[in-house]
Design a protein around this ligand. Structure first.
Ligand code: MN
Length: 330
């Protein structure tokens, strides 16, 4: 994924949440480089909530028919998590990876100090596509390191139970750890990313770590989270994003008659202030300037994406002001 909306504020501050919350945040429509008319909704970064744990970016592209052609572009300081629902995406990168990812599989790309990649839909015409792409900020210990790419075709699942112990659905642990079940994907901070599939009319009790902050994104169907705040129930229907704050050891979610699919993100509050601009996650304005210059000059830092010639997405101009960290407002 690459970004065109660089005029937007991209100044990210540290987590400061001190207790449970139940805040519904609006997703926004955004333009996406190289894809004409593609429906993309962005949940993170939100103007009031820059991060949830180390999660600093959350897009849903689709559902729709589209020809996806995201040409080679760079990343620093992050991991990209691609989790498709419908359709197939071909990923190529500067480590000579060339793979197709589809439903049930995870693509995880770790930029370290620098990587570049492209993302295409399969075929030469519009095809049905629907996927999540998320970014995870790398901690200081990993952000200067080597890039990496991994694809996981089989991820661990666990049964979801109701508060009374009955069957309520299943979950797939995409990244990190949920209820003592761990994904094999490489992570650098305490974190969870999990798909929750609730059976029709079931209530699932999702075990959480009280020292982490969490949020829910509705993907398919209707569901309600029992938050205990402001009347106690909050909608997590498709495209609704509900921030749960910190200090919870569980959340109960009830699905409608059709069942529901909800994506859970969470993790330990991120310790650093980060500065985020275009496809870069850094700590200072000067690091962003240097990464931009390295991309524009064709530096070896970002390599060459396998299977591509000269095509690449140029960096947008920097804003006139110095980039600084922004703190959350909720
Ligand atoms: Mn990308």
């Amino acid at each position: 994924m690459t970004r065109l909306d660089t005029d937007a504020e991209e100044l990210i501050g540290p987590a400061e949440c001190d207790g449970p919350r139940a805040l519904v945040l609006e997703a926004r429509e955004v333009p996406l480089g190289g894809v004409r008319g593609m429906h993309v909704t962005r949940v993170l970064p939100h103007r009031d909530l820059p991060m949830v744990g180390a999660w600093c970016f959350l897009d849903r592209f689709g559902p729709q028919d589209a020809l996806m052609r995201v040409e080679p572009h760079p990343h620093i300081g992050l991991q990209t998590v691609t989790w498709p629902y419908v359709g197939e995406v071909r990923h190529r990168d500067s480590l000579a990876s060339d793979v197709v990812v589809r439903r049930g599989q995870l693509n995880l790309m770790t930029s370290g100090a620098g990587i570049s990649h492209s993302e295409y839909s399969v075929g030469n015409g519009p095809v049905p596509l629907d996927a999540l792409q998320l970014w995870v900020a790398l901690p200081e210990s990993a952000r200067h390191g080597a890039p990496g790419f991994e694809q996981h075709e089989k991820l661990p699942e666990l049964a979801l139970s109701s508060p009374e112990g009955g069957a309520a659905g299943e979950a797939t642990v995409v990244l990190g750890e949920l209820a003592e079940v761990s994904s094999p994907a490489t992570v650098y901070t305490p974190i969870v990313g999990a798909e929750l599939r609730l059976a029709p009319r079931a209530t699932a009790r999702i075990r959480l770590r009280a020292e982490w902050e969490h949020a829910l994104l509705g993907v398919v169907g209707d569901a309600v989270a029992h938050t205990g705040i402001d009347g106690g129930e909050h909608d997590v229907a498709a495209e609704r994003f509900l921030y749960l704050g910190i200090g919870r050891d569980h959340v109960d979610i009830t699905a409608s008659d059709q069942g529901a699919l909800v994506f859970l993100i969470g993790g330990e509050p991120f310790p650093d202030e980060i500065v985020m601009w275009w496809n870069f996650v850094a700590r200072t304005h000067d690091e962003i300037v240097e990464a931009r210059e390295d991309w524009e000059s064709g530096s070896a830092r970002f390599g060459h994406v396998t299977g591509h010639g000269d095509e690449r997405i140029p960096a947008p101009p920097l804003p006139a002001v110095r980039l600084t960290a922004r703190r959350r407002r909720i």
